[in-house]
Design a protein around this ligand. Structure first.
Ligand code: SF4
Length: 253
C-alpha cells in the first residue's frame, strides 16, 4: 500500500520532541506506523480505536510493531455488547498489552444524563460527555495520536491529510487515509482477522447502539450513524466545533 504524494506534506516537527517527522512519500502504511511508534513517538503515541468493523487492520499493524503501544477505547456505556466482546477477542488474538478502556465521568453523567436518554434529546451533549471529554483526559500527556479515519468515508473526511497538527500542538495521524473498503477487506482476509460480530447484519459503521443503524448494501456505511439527526461526527476530531455546538444548545437564543 503506497501513500499518494500529496498526503506526505509533512511541514513541521512535533514541538516537544527531538525526533522529527519526515516526508513519508512512498512509504508503506506499516512503515509509517513503525517510524512513528519506534522513532518519533516511542510509547508516546496512542492509537484511538472504536473496535468497529475496520479497526482490526490498524490494531493488527500496531501489534506487529509494538504490542505494548497504548490503545485508547472509549467505553461510552452505550456500546453494543458485541463491540465489547470484539474488543476482548482482538486483544487476546493480537496480544495487545496496553488497551485502556476509558469511561465517562459518572458525575458528569449524573448531572447531564441521569435518565440515560440524552442521546435522543441532545446527541451533541451526549457525545461531549461520553466521548470528547474522556478522550481529552485519556490523551493528556500524549503528544500524538492515531486514528482510523479514511477519505472514502466521505463527509468531513473527504480531504483528510495523513498528518494533522492540532491547535494544542498535538499531532494526529491518519495512516489509512487513502485506503478503500476493498483494500481493508483484503487485508482482513489475508491476515485472517475476525470480523465484528454484527457486521454481517448490515452494521458497517458501528458506534453506540442507540445511534447506529444497519445500512443497505451499496449505501454510505456512515449513513447509519445518528440517523434522523443533523450530525455526522461525534466531535472528538473537532472539539472546538463540538464545544461551540454544546454552548449553543446549552444557551439557546
Ligand atoms: S454516539 Fe449516541 S449514545 Fe454514543 S455518545 Fe454519541 S449521542 Fe451518546
Amino acid at each position: 500500500m503506497r501513500l499518494a504524494t500529496i498526503e506526505q506534506a509533512i511541514t513541521s516537527a512535533p514541538a516537544q520532541h527531538g525526533a522529527s517527522l519526515i516526508d513519508y512519500a512512498g512509504w508503506s502504511t506499516p512503515g509509517v506506523l513503525r517510524d512513528l511508534l519506534c522513532r518519533v513517538f516511542p510509547r508516546q503515541i496512542a492509537l484511538v480505536s472504536s473496535f468497529g468493523t475496520e479497526s482490526a487492520v490498524l490494531l493488527h499493524m500496531v501489534s506487529g510493531i509494538d504490542k505494548a503501544a497504548p490503545v485508547v477505547f472509549l467505553e461510552t456505556g452505550k456500546l453494543f455488547p458485541e463491540t465489547l466482546q470484539y474488543r476482548d477477542t482482538l486483544v487476546e488474538r493480537l496480544g495487545l498489552l496496553d488497551v485502556r478502556s476509558v469511561q465517562p465521568s459518572a458525575r458528569a453523567l449524573a448531572l447531564s444524563d441521569p435518565s440515560g436518554t440524552l442521546w435522543h434529546s441532545n446527541p451533541d451533549v451526549c457525545c461531549w460527555h461520553r466521548k470528547v471529554e474522556p478522550l481529552d483526559e485519556a490523551l493528556s500527556g500524549f503528544p500524538a495520536w492515531i486514528t482510523g479515519r479514511k477519505r472514502f468515508q466521505g463527509g468531513m473526511r473527504t480531504a483528510l491529510p495523513l498528518i494533522e497538527h492540532e491547535p494544542d500542538g498535538r499531532v494526529k495521524v491518519n495512516p489509512l487515509v487513502s485506503w478503500n473498503a476493498e483494500q481493508l477487506n483484503r487485508y482482513m482476509s489475508e491476515h485472517d482477522l475476525p470480523r465484528h460480530p454484527i457486521e454481517a447484519q448490515g452494521y458497517r459503521s458501528i458506534g453506540c447502539a442507540p445511534c447506529t443503524r444497519p445500512t443497505a448494501p451499496g449505501a454510505d456505511p456512515r449513513a447509519g450513524r445518528w440517523a434522523g439527526h443533523n450530525k455526522t461526527e461525534c466531535g472528538i476530531h473537532s472539539p472546538n466545533a463540538a464545544n461551540a455546538a454544546l454552548t449553543k444548545t446549552s444557551n439557546p437564543a
